[in-house]
Write a protein that binds this ligand. Structure first.
Ligand code: NAP
Length: 308
């Protein structure tokens, strides 16, 4: 089979850190072109925007969108309408309906669409899910606390409407638990702390439950300096499982289990190649639904200005 000729849109942090090296290392893909207003990639045709890429690099099979969520729906629609398979960075859209619209269009055209959730491919997630099977879950606690100045310097889009604020990293935790837990999570209470000079939360607390009464609490905070925390603690009738470092490490009753190599984006591109071959859609909206529910039910608290 000839490699998938892929075009990448939005040469920013995640494109450089993950997409470009992973595409280069995977024989199923050939980077055919990129579209970015400022970013450039040597050795392939560069275009200012997706429209120019589609008009010139007509033999591209698929488009990987590495732009912020606000700009994503129009680009994805444009690519699908041009007959290209589409991979979406997380979160898959700025609203739920945007993504449903893309799912309908991809199915109508028989094209692959992947809404990626990279954290679901963190090395300890599947072992943790397997360990939980058959145990009674008693309580879940998520603590996702990082320093926004370190991780998102100068990213204005993340604070703008549709940028999700602290839910941009927080949705990674939600993508893990919605993959591991058996039932839908209902948001009972949410508090969203929004800096007076910004449009998106810098911190959020969510209290949720499932229909069997499992309590799930999530604390997201972007004001953490010093050690960073990306932990999910699940108490069961047979001990406590801790997923730490964003799903990289699993501990049972405080004892770390075997650590495996991180391969989140390699796994995403392997999945996308399968979806392209089968012309299938994989777009789970459960993590984004929880964020939307938090926005709908949440109590909004204005906090001090955020100064970069
Ligand atoms: P970024 O560094 O700001 O890069 C995004 C790129 O998209 C920009 O460099 C820009 O390139 C292009 N772009 C197109 N329209 C834009 C707009 N309206 N506003 C700003 N940029 C626009 O962002 P990122 O960190 O790579 O994140 C992109 C997406 O990947 C987000 O959805 C994020 O949640 C996800 N993600 C990020 C990380 C991470 O570690 N940073 C990890 C996993 C997932 P041009 O100016 O050249 O067009």
């Amino acid at each position: 089979m000839s490699p998938i000729r892929i075009g990448l849109v939005g040469v920013g942090k995640i494109a450089r850190d993950q997409h470009l090296p992973v595409i280069a290392a995977n024989a199923d893909y050939e980077l055919a072109a990129v579209a970015s207003r400022h970013g450039r990639v040597e050795g392939v045709p560069n275009f200012a925007d997706l429209a120019a890429l589609l008009a010139n690099a007509t033999d591209v099979d698929a488009i990987s969108l590495c732009t912020p969520p606000q700009a994503r729906h129009a680009l994805a629609r444009q690519a699908l309408e041009a007959g290209k398979h589409v991979m979406l960075e997380k979160p898959p859209g700025a609203t739920l309906t945007e993504v449903y619209d893309l799912i309908d269009l991809a199915r109508e055209k028989g094209l692959a669409l992947l809404a990626t959730w990279h954290s679901r491919y963190a090395p300890a997630v599947e072992p943790a899910k397997a360990w939980l099977a058959g145990k009674k879950l008693l309580r879940v606690h998520i603590s996702w606390k990082e320093d926004v100045r370190y991780w998102h310097p100068g990213q204005e889009w993340i604070w703008a409407p549709g940028g999700l604020g602290v839910f941009d990293p927080g949705i990674n935790a939600l993508s893990i638990i919605t993959h591991m837990l058996p039932n839908a999570l209902i948001v009972d209470k949410a508090t969203l702390e929004v800096p007076a000079n910004r449009q998106a939360p810098i911190a959020a607390t969510l209290e949720m439950h499932d229909h069997q009464g499992l309590p799930v609490r999530a604390e997201f905070d972007w004001r953490q300096t010093g050690p960073q925390t990306w932990d999910i603690i699940i108490e069961t009738d047979q001990g406590t499982l801790t997923l730490s470092r964003g799903g990289a490490v699993m501990s049972i009753n405080g004892v770390p289990q075997i650590e495996q190599k991180e391969q989140e984006y390699a796994n995403l591109y392997a999945l996308f190649a399968r979806l392209v071959a089968e012309r299938r859609v994989d777009a789970d909206l459960a993590p984004l639904r929880i964020v939307a529910d938090a926005y709908m039910t949440g109590r909004w608290v204005r906090v001090e200005d955020f100064v970069e």
